[in-house]
Design a protein around this ligand. Structure first.
Ligand code: PMV
Length: 331
């Protein structure tokens, strides 16, 4: 076939137990197990077309062509190479990708981007992978993308065998009416990407402590999700978020994702909780604060978050579906 095209859509996810550090950097095999929720309100849609007439891969993100030598383009081209290797073809591709959220909002899009790219590209070349195989492949583009393949609440276990580290759903989206109210405080691109952060993790003298504490915390978070127990979940995810940033800040050289606006939102959330609102925070490798609550409290949390001067935008997310093929192509 001269041309082969497919489109897919995937949600980003928020890690409740974080992936930070690799056993194998090249294959993105994580140091530890992690657990996340797909973010239903925001998504990436990607169309991939392999075309024998193309001399180079062409990548268009949110309407703008990526510079071939840019780090983002290099990473996508490397992922296309993995797909080509599976299909045993050399054909170049045109990739168009769109986020329904502003790319400058500091919301990590690599998870949804590589999940959607993996599904669209493999289908475009006629390779039908199952969920596990898609997760293993997406993981090699961006670790957290492994978790954007299955639906709802998702766990990703590490393994000494790279083909055995993949994500699976622990509960479907409708299991629990949990909400992630994202308080966007920074429109800036982070200066140090997570790929670099994963490499730096092992230079923190506290990493050993973290790895010792993680199995217990992971099971607490998993149990809390299955039991829909926010009072059990909340303290564990806050402890986890602070620990991620502590590891980053004590890496050598240190990485500061921390910002005054972030602290402002965290302190506000603690105050609201003291006033009786059941809300807890988590963070990723950026300055935005993810406020976790049940659906009945989401509007109250969102309204209060909008009232904080530093908060530029608020996005309320229900648990989202897994990566899926879509009929409508972007070109
Ligand atoms: O998938 P990456 O390399 O962007 O790493 C994700 C890192 C965190 O978002 C901080 C944690 C996580 O598990 O998603």
């Amino acid at each position: 076939m001269a041309k082969q095209k497919a489109s897919a859509s995937a949600h980003p996810n928020i890690a409740l137990v974080k992936y930070w550090g690799n056993r194998d950097h090249a294959l993105r095999v994580p140091l530890n197990d992690s657990l996340s929720m797909n973010l239903g309100e925001i998504h990436t849609t990607t169309t991939v077309e392999f075309n024998v007439k193309l001399e180079h891969d062409r990548l268009i993100l949110n309407g703008a062509e990526l510079e071939a030598t840019s780090p983002a383009a290099t990473r996508v081209v490397a992922h296309l190479a993995r797909v080509r290797a599976r299909a045993k073809i050399e054909t170049k591709a045109r990739v168009e990708s769109k986020n329904n959220f502003p790319s400058g909002a500091g919301i990590a899009s690599s998870a949804s981007a590589f999940a959607a790219l993996t599904l669209a590209a493999t289908r475009a070349v006629g390779v039908e992978l199952n969920e596990r195989e898609l997760s293993v492949l997406a993981r090699q583009g961006s670790g957290s993308a492994a978790r954007s393949i299955p639906p709802g609440f998702v766990e990703w276990l590490t393994s000494w065998d790279a083909n055995n580290s993949y994500a699976v759903s622990v509960a479907p989206p409708e299991h629990w009416d949990l909400r992630d109210v994202i308080a966007v405080v920074s429109a800036e691109e982070k200066t140090i990407g997570s790929t670099e952060g994963h490499r730096a993790a092992s230079t923190s003298p506290f990493l050993v402590e973290r790895l010792n504490a993680l199995p217990g915390r992971f099971h607490r978070v998993r149990r809390a999700i299955l039991a829909k127990d926010l009072a059990l979940l909340g303290p564990a995810i806050e402890e986890e978020a602070i620990e991620l940033h502590s590891i980053a800040m004590t890496s050598r050289p240190p990485i500061y994702y921390w910002s005054p606006a972030m602290v402002r939102v965290i302190q506000s959330a603690l105050k609201w909780r003291a006033e009786g609102l059941a809300v807890y925070f988590t963070l990723d490798a950026g300055a935005n604060v993810h406020l976790i609550c049940e659906s009945k409290d989401a509007e109250a949390v969102a309204t209060r978050a909008r009232g904080i001067a530093e908060v530029q935008q608020v996005i309320v997310n229900a648990p989202g579906a897994g990566a899926r093929l879509v009929e409508q192509h972007l070109f």
